[in-house]
Design a protein around this ligand. Structure first.
Ligand SMILES: *[C@@H]1O[C@H](CO)[C@@H](O)[C@H](O)[C@H]1NC(C)=O
Ligand SMILES: *[C@@H]1O[C@H](CO)[C@@H](O)[C@H](O)[C@H]1NC(C)=O
Ligand SMILES: *[C@@H]1O[C@H](CO)[C@@H](O)[C@H](O)[C@H]1NC(C)=O
Ligand SMILES: *[C@@H]1O[C@H](CO)[C@@H](O)[C@H](O)[C@H]1NC(C)=O
Length: 465
């Protein structure tokens, strides 16, 4: 009898779990905005606690995940694996593409795309590809083959940047028109298969002006991922915010987004990128000796320092930053820069500008009030994905890992609720049907389902005894 009872309870439990899974309510974020999670897949080579593997992803916190990066073979104009051993299964490879895509079995809400390009791929080969109809055609066929073979949901174009000249770029003015052609032809080929076509855009005004036919691209792309970061870094030879929400010049998130909207980007396709990393600076000794309050804009060396995991001059992941700040023997003080609405940390000659839950919440508020499609993250492998920095104060919703990604989702939900509440207050004859209500209704249905099931279980259980 006891075994029977236990069996029964266990199956009831299973039914509950299955319901949640089929329903999809627990599978992904509960708001109706996109959260696009880029993975820089080379993060698997980082040392010790910095090593990020595909299994470290929490797909319940993302609506879209993007495998970064694939490259271009300009001999035969095909998309190609940049790290075949990591990406593919050939020759006992690590099978990264398939391992990421397979997460969809457990998380049916998840869309998985592959990105092509990135900074290290340069621009010249993409420029030549986009300029030649035959090459574009061969490229598109190869993309279709790759998406089908690995069952990706789409392609993300990360050409950095059309028509940009200078170090490693080498673009031509025609890139702008040719990029639109490439996107248009990809769209035509993708429609049959319902593949997602997205692109990452540089956020600087000069890049937007020279590289993108914004109104045209907005028609053919499903989403535009604005890379709203790298506005300042050690290359300026003075300290500055990596991703200022506002500033007195054009180098800030608000300007980039407003400018894109003004140029005709569809807000429901525009996705605001946020950095899960910061920029590092070494300021001169003069600054060290003075005890005046620290602020951004101090002159610095043209190269910043490295973090222990990412080991790149001038760059530090949030997981590295939060560990350094937590370590009192390193002597960091956190300041808030009210001009840029971002924090920075100082210890002696070292300065780090970065984003944290406070600044991200402000940014999300802005994006939601603008009615944007959602938020993009570069990149989730530098969140505190193991929860190493957590203490009681920094936990979000009772979880210690992914503090930034959880903050993004929470801020989206919170802001949408606030907007909805204000709408009801301001407009007496407000619109009737929307998705927030749908979510609430779905939750209610879930609640009713669970309640009913519990009652049935109780009745049957009593009869068993
Ligand atoms: C590029 O394509 C050519 C022709 O198919 C092939 O021989 C070569 O190995 C490829 N290069 C890379 C780096 O994949
Ligand atoms: C561009 O293509 C050429 C071959 O045509 C190749 O040698 C070069 O490495 C490519 N550039 C980059 C940045 O991959
Ligand atoms: C704090 O920093 C010091 C100096 O770099 C280091 O030796 C120590 O291991 C760090 N402590 C923790 C808990 O990481
Ligand atoms: C929200 O959904 C309820 C049903 O749960 C419906 O009666 C109501 O009209 C909806 N309200 C709005 C504002 O859409």
């Amino acid at each position: 009898m006891d075994i029977l009872k236990e069996l029964f309870l266990f199956s009831a439990f299973l039914i509950l779990i299955l319901h949640v899974d089929i329903n999809g309510a627990i599978s992904g974020p509960t708001h109706n905005k996109v959260v696009v999670c880029y993975i820089g897949t080379w993060s698997v080579y980082r040392p010790s606690r910095g090593k990020f593997d595909i299994e470290d992803l929490d797909p319940s916190l993302c609506t879209h995940v993007i495998y970064s990066f694939a490259g271009l073979n300009s001999t035969d104009d095909t998309i190609r694996a940049l790290d075949p051993w990591q990406d593919l299964s050939d020759d006992y490879g690590k099978d990264g593409y398939n391992r990421l895509v397979r997460l969809k079995q457990e998380y049916p809400h998840l869309k998985v795309s592959i990105a092509i390009g990135g900074w290290n791929e340069g621009s010249t080969n993409y420029s030549r590809l986009a300029a030649d109809p035959a090459r574009r055609g061969r490229f598109i066929v190869s993309v279709l083959n790759l998406l089908r073979k690995h069952q990706f949901d789409g392609l993300d174009l990360d050409w950095e940047f059309p028509a940009k000249r200078g170090a490693k770029r080498g673009g031509i003015p025609q890139d702008k028109a040719n990029f639109l052609l490439l996107v248009k032809e990809l769209r035509a080929a993708f429609n049959k298969f319902n593949y997602l076509l997205t692109a990452a855009f540089g956020a600087g005004k000069d890049t937007i002006d020279i590289a993108y036919d914004v109104a045209g691209l907005s028609v053919y792309l499903d989403f535009i991922h604005m890379m709203c970061y790298d506005y300042h870094g050690a290359w300026d030879s003075k300290t500055g915010a990596n991703a200022p929400l506002r500033s007195s010049d054009v180098l800030n998130v608000e300007y980039s987004i407003n400018y894109m909207l003004k140029l005709g980007a569809d807000p429901s396709k525009l996705v605001m990128g946020v950095p899960f990393y910061g920029r590092t600076f070494l300021v001169g000794n003069t600054a060290l000796s003075s005890v005046r309050e620290r602020k951004l804009g101090e002159s610095s060396e043209s190269t910043g320092f490295q973090g222990p995991f990412t080991k790149e001059d001038g760059f530090m992941g949030y997981h590295e930053i939060c560990l350094e700040l937590k370590n009192t023997s390193l002597g960091y003080t956190r300041y808030w820069d009210s001009d840029s609405q971002t924090p920075f940390a100082v210890s002696g000659q070292k300065v780090i500008t970065y984003d944290d839950p406070e600044s991200l919440t402000e940014k999300i508020k802005f994006a939601m009030e603008k009615g944007l499609a959602g938020c993009m993250i570069w990149s989730i492998d530098t969140d505190d994905f193991r929860g190493d920095c957590a203490d009681d104060d920094s936990n979000v919703n009772g979880h210690s890992n992914y503090p930034l990604l959880r903050t993004v989702n929470k801020a989206i939900e919170q802001t949408l609720e606030d907007i909805e509440r204000n709408k009801i207050n301001v407009i007496p004859h407000g619109e009737t049907q929307d998705d927030t209500n749908n979510t609430a209704m779905k939750n209610n249905m879930n609640y009713i389902f669970v309640l009913t099931l519990s009652v049935i279980i109780k009745i049957v259980y009593c009869q068993l005894i």
